[in-house]
Design a binder for this molecule. Structure first.
Ligand SMILES: *Cc1c(COP(=O)(O)O)cnc(C)c1O
Length: 428
């Protein structure tokens, strides 16, 4: 048997004529659990985490998995057991961490629109830190904490305004983004926070964007953060930790983002050079921990060759895999059992009644009706963004560990979908 690894996906390979994830043939899972089906590699996730851990060897760093990338309990449990904390953006995500056995004290609560109810729940649970995103939120959090007789640990999310001209990337750390507090107002905001009795200032936070494939924006952001820490501390407010957010990209289609360990060795050298070597650090990686650990298996329902385009209609759709429709994103699509017949060019599309429901344009594939395909790089921002559009049940999820497969989420049922709805008795 020959083994043929896929570039960027070290845990996925053809062995003989079968696509394997770790030591598990994916066709066996499609057969057992049906399609569309998400399958994740435990080793791929732990290897991605280990790259960060190696980069930080010997340092005081808390890695908080940004769980909006994939918030399934089985995935959260894996990262909790591996020592991660969690970056959450809602009370719902906090509830998931606690349900999966994660510790509240290792939760960072981020997000621009926390409600009072969410603040109360997070204070009751004892989350490690709130990343506060506006001056108005600071005042409300202070009130809520005082109302409970508690002090809220806070970090302020600053907007480092990293220059987009030189670094074209999906950005959240620019002037004009809704995130964080503008550079010019940071020092006075910290002074205000320090004066509020319901708050206890812990750190500073930034998160400059997502799917970042260069190291320069991180180095720029770190320098700006350190300038701010110096200014805030000169104004009399000590900063205990620096949170550099997440955002490191993955290889979807030949991108070459920096490796987490190499990137962090550079960033740590910069911290040391500027005299911040002893400062506690936090990071909030999401996509880079899970994105390339997952695939979505889908069945070819129909082939519809045409004069202008050939359509390959599959049973996964934009409700399962929203990234192509939302961001025009690219995912590799490969067969579970390759055919030797000559390939054609296909538009791979889902069954949803929208022209935006596509999974891949112009793909060279040799396929027949009934074949299974794997959509790669489907571990991040797929299942966590999945919807019930067209009243489609959300897919099942399986976690693979070597030769073992664990069902971590059952396929949703139609009864699940209509459970919360009522038929009113209307007057005629
Ligand atoms: C989404 C998000 C992250 C994670 O981003 P990735 O690109 O998935 O690494 C981290 N921190 C915050 C505040 C976020 O909103």
């Amino acid at each position: 048997m020959h083994s043929d690894r896929l570039p960027g996906h070290p845990h996925i390979a053809y062995l003989g004529d079968e696509l394997f994830l770790e030591e598990t043939p994916l066709s066996a899972l499609a057969q057992q659990y049906g399609t569309p089906l998400f399958v994740y590699s435990k080793t791929a996730m732990l290897t991605a985490l280990a790259a960060y851990q190696q980069g930080f060897a010997g340092r005081q760093v808390q890695i908080c998995y940004a769980m909006k990338a994939n918030s399934t309990l089985g995935i959260i449990q894996l990262f909790a057991q591996a020592g991660c904390g969690f970056d959450v953006v809602s009370q719902g995500e906090m509830t998931r961490v606690l349900a999966a056995g994660g510790q509240a004290s290792r939760i960072i609560f981020s997000g621009v629109g926390k409600t009072r109810a969410e603040m109360r729940a997070a204070l009751h649970a004892g989350v490690g830190c709130f990343n506060v995103e506006s001056e108005a939120e600071l005042e409300v959090l202070n009130e809520v904490a005082l109302g409970l007789g508690l002090q809220a640990p806070v970090s302020i999310r600053v907007n480092p305004n990293v220059d987009p001209q030189t670094h074209p990337y999906i950005s959240t750390g620019l002037k004009g983004n809704k995130f964080g507090i503008a550079h010019e107002r940071v020092v006075q905001t910290y002074q205000r926070a320090a004066a509020l009795p319901g708050l206890s200032v812990q750190g500073i936070d930034c998160h400059i964007g997502s799917q970042i494939t260069q190291e320069a924006p991180y180095l720029d952001a770190l320098d700006r953060m350190l300038d701010l820490v110096e200014a805030i501390e000169a104004a009399g407010v000590p900063i205990h930790h620096i949170d550099m957010g997440g955002g490191l990209g993955i290889d979807y289609n030949g991108e070459t983002p920096p490796q987490a360990d190499a990137l962090w060795r550079k960033l740590l050298a910069r911290l040391d050079a500027r005299g911040f070597g002893q400062r506690a650090l936090m990071i909030e990686p999401g996509r880079s921990l899970v994105g390339n650990a997952g695939v979505c298996i889908t069945e070819v329902l129909y082939l519809k060759p045409g004069e202008q385009k050939n359509f390959c209609i599959v049973d996964a759709a934009m409700n399962d895999l929203p990234r192509p429709a939302m961001y025009q994103a690219y995912h590799h699509i490969v067969p579970l059992k390759p055919r030797t017949s000559p390939p054609d060019t296909w538009e791979v599309v889902g069954p949803i009644c929208e022209s935006g429901d596509w999974i891949g344009h112009d793909r060279t594939l040799s396929v027949q009706q009934g074949d299974w395909l794997a959509v790669l790089s489907a571990g991040a921002y797929c299942m966590s963004m999945a919807s019930n559009y067209n009243t489609r049940n959300r897919a099942a999820e399986v976690l693979v560990d070597g030769t073992q497969a664990h069902l971590i989420r059952e396929r949703e049922s139609y009864a699940d979908q209509i459970r919360l709805e009522h038929l009113p008795v209307l007057t005629q």
